[in-house]
Ligand binder design. Structure first.
Ligand code: ZN
Ligand code: FE
Ligand code: FE
Ligand code: ZN
Length: 264
């Protein structure tokens, strides 16, 4: 039975639907369990796409309310944490503030003021070489893996979101990140969110996932739903993709422990 551990709430300001609607959508899609993972608060007001610095208790209460409404359905509590160099201690602090089932690490910021997946910065893609943008992204991803702060790492090649790709073999970007993930014993996310974006491709690419499989890096398959209708989005395609590459298991998360379950 399938799971979906990457789902947002309206607290981040760019997702719609109450948690109960995500639960109903998950049940309708036949998922065995789900988990919420909204964008983490920063220590100060940081940008316009996450809960405010004081809103963590509100977020936890929102998920607890859904748990009360669906007592027989497993609803995990997670958080999608931005990995930004210099903010590691903040993530460490967040990890102590609730009974998390898992923390997701994500690279969105490739400089302190450039969230690479934000369409408001699209013009910068014409000003900075694509190679340099990809290099910054994967350097950050590698550092994120090395930090060992997270239970799994989100959307591995998010930097392709708008369809920009450097010339030549992309393994030169993938390899250091994959080696660091394998070394850290961390789990990678296979995300169907890319199918809803300009690139129209699962995160990560087949080449990336094949290289992850060679390193025996475990995976988790998620939708990154920002609306109830996106829960379990294109999961048949994602599971077929993982199976084709040779994956036989996906990971489940509870109490910050991961365990493999067989893909049917
Ligand atoms: Zn989001
Ligand atoms: Fe993300
Ligand atoms: Fe997300
Ligand atoms: Zn995300």
């Amino acid at each position: 039975m399938r799971t979906d551990y990457h789902m947002h709430t309206p607290l981040c300001g760019h997702a719609v639907g109450a948690p109960r609607e995500y639960v109903l959508a998950a049940q309708a899609a036949g998922l065995a369990e789900i988990g919420f993972s909204d964008h983490n608060p920063m220590a100060t007001q940081f940008d316009d796409w996450r809960m405010g610095p004081g809103q963590l208790p509100e977020y936890v209460a929102l998920i607890e309310e859904a748990r009360r409404e669906f007592p027989d359905y497993p609803i995990r509590l997670g958080l999608e944490c931005d990995f930004i160099a210099g903010h590691e201690a903040h993530v460490q602090k967040l990890s102590t503030l609730a009974d998390w089932d898992y923390l997701i690490g994500a690279v969105h910021y490739i400089t302190p003021e450039w969230d690479v997946d934000n369409p408001k910065h699209l013009k910068r893609w014409t000003e900075v070489p694509v190679d340099e943008i990809w290099q910054r992204y994967f350097d950050a991803y590698t550092a994120m893996a090395e930090s060992c702060l997270f239970d799994f790492l989100a959307h591995p090649d998010l930097v392709k979101k708008f369809g920009h790709r450097p010339e030549g073999d992309l393994m030169r970007f993938y390899k250091p990140a994959l080696d660091a993930v394998a070394e850290a014993g961390c789990v990678l996310e296979v995300s169907t969110a890319g199918l809803r974006k300009e690139v129209n491709e699962i995160y990560p690419s087949a080449q990336f996932l094949r290289a992850a499989r060679e390193r025996q890096i475990p995976i988790v398959i998620n939708s990154d739903a920002h609306a109830p209708a996106e829960v379990a989005h294109e999961f048949d395609q994602a599971y077929a993709f993982a199976r084709e590459i040779g994956y036989t298991h996906v990971m489940r998360f509870a109490g910050r422990k991961a365990k493999p379950v067989r893909i049917e």
